[in-house]
Design a protein. Structure first.
Length: 129
């Protein structure tokens, strides 16, 4: 994941991507943030809403699914040396085939539907202007 909220998921096979990518929403892809070392539990005044975000699929071509994450408070993400974790669950959309491989002619194996990645320190969008 980049420091400005671009998440790329690369599949090992060529995927079926010829559909309206707006269909890949929170009913199909679940994404949530797990604060590093349960840092949110150390402070009774910790504001969990600062860790909220919205996201959208911006591209899905061949093997690469690209998601833009827009943080409520980008500077609140991984503010210390230990990085927060992003958990992605590619839900099983039975009979829809959003994660269908042309090469294997099968839907994505359930073993590979749950992904976890570190989130580096994030920057506000205006930090790049």
């Amino acid at each position: 994941m980049t420091s400005n909220g671009i998440l790329e998921i690369e599949f090992s096979n060529l995927m079926f991507t010829e559909f309206n990518h707006t269909w890949l929403n929170s009913s199909i892809i679940e994404i949530y943030l797990a604060p590093a070392n349960d840092r949110h539990l150390d402070n009774i005044f910790f504001n969990m809403t600062k860790l909220s975000f919205n996201w959208k699929v911006v591209d899905f071509i061949e093997k690469l699914l690209t998601i833009q994450i827009n943080w409520e408070c980008a500077s609140c993400i991984s503010p210390e040396s230990d990085q927060d974790m992003l958990i992605i669950n590619l839900r099983n959309a039975t009979n829809i085939g959003f994660f269908y491989s042309f090469e294997t002619t099968k839907d994505l194996d359930p073993t590979y539907r749950y992904l976890v990645t570190n989130v580096r320190k994030q920057f506000e969008q205006n930090d790049f202007n």
